[in-house]
Design a protein around this ligand. Structure first.
Ligand code: EPU
Length: 329
């Protein structure tokens, strides 16, 4: 049995762990696991294991960040799926390339970011991704998807839909530029730079470091998967009924309806800072479920209790069904 790295810090194990550093190594791994139970895990930043995994875990070690400049002055960065997401962001910021700076400090690896369409602070993965290369699990062929083919949406891609369990991501191509402009659509970011005529890339990254860690737990100190729930999108009618009772409720009108912050709903139910055993609801951002017992063998039992209790309470008090964003295995 091998330990599975995960930012929740639950001490779970899998039957076997296989790492691959190239497309060819991945093909060999896929031949070996044929007929066996297996899954692909990236940085383990968006997963809650509620017990040991009785199968093989595949993990990408395909590294490398290669850049090439195009005639139009933009830069294509080709990045291996095993690269730590924030190492990639840090390098782009350092080299003065715009396009992923708002996604600073998000835990996880490039492959996972492509499946999940990671998003934060007014930006998301799909805004910078141009193509995604993946190996077909059945026949080992390499396929390059145009990012537009993958139905990217809020925490969504077709790798979670029609291509689920069909491909393993090996590389992503990102389009970046040398003369970008700060994206200050996230209100706290705009507030931080109010009145400033020019904002540098490094300043954005610095400010996001402050914003992020003032709200979210640092994975090396307290276990979590970042946001545990998606922000629910409700119909205009459901929104109106709730807004009558809670006129101060934050909300954002989107294509599919009205998005309400799950963190606000959970806090309004009195659950911010709630504790049960070794787990709880983070006291500075209520949509984060946390584990205080890093590496604890049975910590997942308490986390499971807490997240289910949160769903039930929000359902009873607010009439809204929260949906986990994290994958539960
Ligand atoms: N709010 C509360 N109480 C809370 C938490 C939030 O009232 O405990 C309110 C805030 O006051 C604010 C609103 O909810 O009015 C939104 O809060 P915040 O800006 O912190 O963002 P979020 O909607 O809670 C989302 C992402 C985060 C991302 C932030 C910033 C989801 C599920 N989460 O959180 O993503 O960092 O926006 O862009 O969409 C992640 O996915 O792991 C993650 C951390």
């Amino acid at each position: 049995m091998k330990k599975i790295d995960n930012t929740f810090g639950v001490g779970v194990k899998c039957r076997e762990m296989m790492e691959f550093g190239s497309d060819e190594e991945l093909r060999n791994c896929l031949m070996k696991v044929k007929g066996q139970k297996f899954m692909v895990v990236g940085g383990g930043a968006n997963i809650l294991f509620i017990g040991d995994y009785d199968g093989v875990v595949l993990h990408s070690k395909i590294m490398g960040i290669d850049t090439s400049e195009d005639k139009d002055g933009t830069v294509l960065a080709t990045v291996g799926s095993g690269v730590v997401w924030d190492d990639f962001v840090a390098e782009m910021v350092e080299r003065g390339l715009w396009g992923v700076e708002n996604l600073s400090y998000i835990p996880g690896e490039v492959g996972g970011a492509a499946v999940q369409n990671v998003g934060a602070y007014g930006d998301e993965f799909s805004n910078a991704a141009e193509w995604i290369e993946a190996i077909d699990i059945e026949d080992g062929t390499l396929r390059r998807f145009d990012a537009k083919e993958l139905g990217y949406g809020y925490r969504w891609s077709e790798f979670k839909g029609k291509y689920k369990d069909c491909y393993v991501i090996v590389r992503v191509g990102f389009r970046l530029c040398k003369n970008g402009k700060a994206n200050l659509t996230y209100k706290p970011l705009a507030e931080a730079f109010e009145g400033k005529s020019e904002v540098r890339l490094t300043e954005i990254r610095q400010e996001l470091e402050r914003i992020r860690w003032s709200k979210l737990p640092r994975p090396e100190e307290v276990g979590s998967a970042g946001s545990f729930f998606k922000n629910p999108v409700v119909s205009e009618n459901v929104y109106k009924t709730l807004a009558e009772k809670y006129p101060e409720m934050p909300h954002f009108v989107t294509e599919g309806g009205v998005k309400i912050p799950a963190g606000w709903l959970i806090e309004r139910c009195g659950l911010k800072g709630y504790r049960h055993g070794t787990a709880g609801v983070w006291d500075r951002q209520a949509l984060v479920m946390v584990n205080y017992d890093l590496g604890g063998r049975r910590a997942y039992e308490d986390v499971e209790y807490v997240y289910k209790y949160v769903i039930e309470t929000v359902r009873e008090k607010m009439g809204i069904e929260l949906e986990p964003e994290a994958i539960i295995i």
